[in-house]
Design a protein around this ligand. Structure first.
Ligand code: UD1
Length: 379
């Protein structure tokens, strides 16, 4: 964005980490096409900074370059959160926006919300009310606290309203709009390269995929990847699954770092799992759209597979996105290897969950947000 808008009308939009980018892109597009346009400033906290985790995804989504990058980088959760807060405060003082809009549940989401509420600036949270009920997940704490201090809460599924009501949040603050991440998926799906092209672009022989079904893997949750025994068990499950169909694993830097440290990477190679670095948005979308199944611990992929009607085998005990299990294609298997493998066998035998696309996951969630926000800011 070349000319940062500023002042009382402006919405200060915050992104920090990869899963924020696909949520923010349609919101900014909807702000631009709203009549009259809603002025916005895009702030990147710099939580994710690698080209693979950041620049490529910005390009793929057509996201404007951030007006401001706070450049916080990695650190412990405390250091990262505190550093975002410290650097965000002067920016708020400088711009005095009408509100701060945050998405999702990463550390940057909570950090900027906290600064805003303490400065008397209204907070708008997109993807509010999701709960895993697992307080060991850093994201669960970020969700709970952000929702408590948010003034306007946009939700992706109706169950979120029950969660918020239980926590004492007034119904007037909530608005069911649907899923902005699915807006991005529907906008970009036609441009996504197929899996063979992506393998070739990564210098991997596309012939490894064969001509039949393949699966896609992602894994990055601290509970799954930070302990050697847990990660070894999951890698073993993946190696077993890879005997049934080729698996493409786009590996998060956290997972790669730990796998290298624990000396586990070779196990995947022996299991013939195809390893790739983190992929761009379009590459990942193309990989997933062509897959027979997805094995993951990502929140976003549980939703994207539901929207695409592709069976998702989630390597977690719980999900904050229950609609993907109730209505969609998602099955929770935790770290239960036999359950995971029987789900894979089921899909390969022609079974697997097909599900239905949830209400308002229709590509217009961001337009609903822009319309509501314009009215709310005027009121
Ligand atoms: C963060 C989010 C998580 C989200 C995930 C998607 C929180 C609490 N977690 O987790 O909800 O699903 O992003 O990726 O905010 N690293 C790099 N390059 C980068 C970014 C990270 O090498 O560009 C490495 C660093 O070693 C870093 C580690 O990955 O310490 C973890 O990064 P961090 O942003 O702290 O959390 P994620 O695990 O990515």
């Amino acid at each position: 964005m070349s000319e940062p808008a500023a002042g009382r009308e402006t919405v200060m939009c915050v992104v920090g980490a990869r899963p924020n980018f696909m949520k923010m892109a349609p919101i900014l597009a909807a702000f631009r096409s709203h009549d009259p346009p809603l002025p916005a400033i895009l702030v990147h906290t710099g939580q994710h900074y690698d080209a693979d985790m950041n620049d490529r995804i910005f390009q793929d989504l057509g996201l404007p370059s951030p007006d401001v990058n706070l450049g916080v980088g990695s650190g412990s959760h405390t250091v990262q959160t505190a550093e975002v807060m410290r650097r965000f405060e002067p920016l708020l003082d400088q711009h005095r926006p009408a509100c701060v809009l945050v998405v999702g549940d990463v550390n940057s989401t909570l950090a900027c919300s906290l600064v805003a509420v303490k400065k008397g600036v209204r907070v708008v949270h997109v993807e509010a009310g999701l709960r895993s009920f697992d307080r060991a997940m850093p994201e669960e704490i970020n969700r709970l606290l952000t929702d408590q201090i948010a003034d306007r809460l946009y939700t992706t599924e109706r169950r979120a309203h029950d969660n918020l009501a239980r926590e004492g949040i007034a119904a007037e603050r909530m608005c069911f709009v649907g899923n902005v991440m699915i807006d991005s998926l529907l906008t970009h799906r036609g441009k996504a390269p197929d899996a063979k092209a992506t393998l070739a672009a990564n210098g991997v022989d596309p012939g490894l995929l064969g001509d039949g079904a393949y699966g896609v893997v992602t894994l990055h949750r601290p509970a799954n990847v930070d302990r050697a025994d847990t990660l070894a068990g999951l890698f073993d499950t993946l190696s077993q699954a890879a005997r049934r169909l080729p698996l493409v694993f786009a590996m998060h830097p956290r997972t790669r770092g730990n796998a290298e440290r624990f000396g586990l990477l070779s196990r995947l190679a022996e299991g013939r799992v195809i390893l790739l670095p983190p992929q761009g948005y379009l590459q990942m979308l193309g990989l997933v759209a062509g897959a027979a199944l997805v094995l993951t611990d990502s929140g976003g992929l549980q939703e994207e597979t539901t929207a695409l009607g592709i069976p998702c085998i989630t390597l977690r005990e719980n999900t904050e996105r229950p609609i993907t299990v109730e209505a969609g294609t998602n099955t929770l298997v935790g770290r239960n290897q036999s359950l995971a493998l029987s789900c894979v066998d089921d899909v390969l035998a022609g079974g697997g969950r097909r599900g239905r696309v949830p209400e308002y996951w229709d590509g217009r969630a961001a337009v609903r947000i822009a319309a509501d926000l314009a009215t709310w800011l005027r009121a």
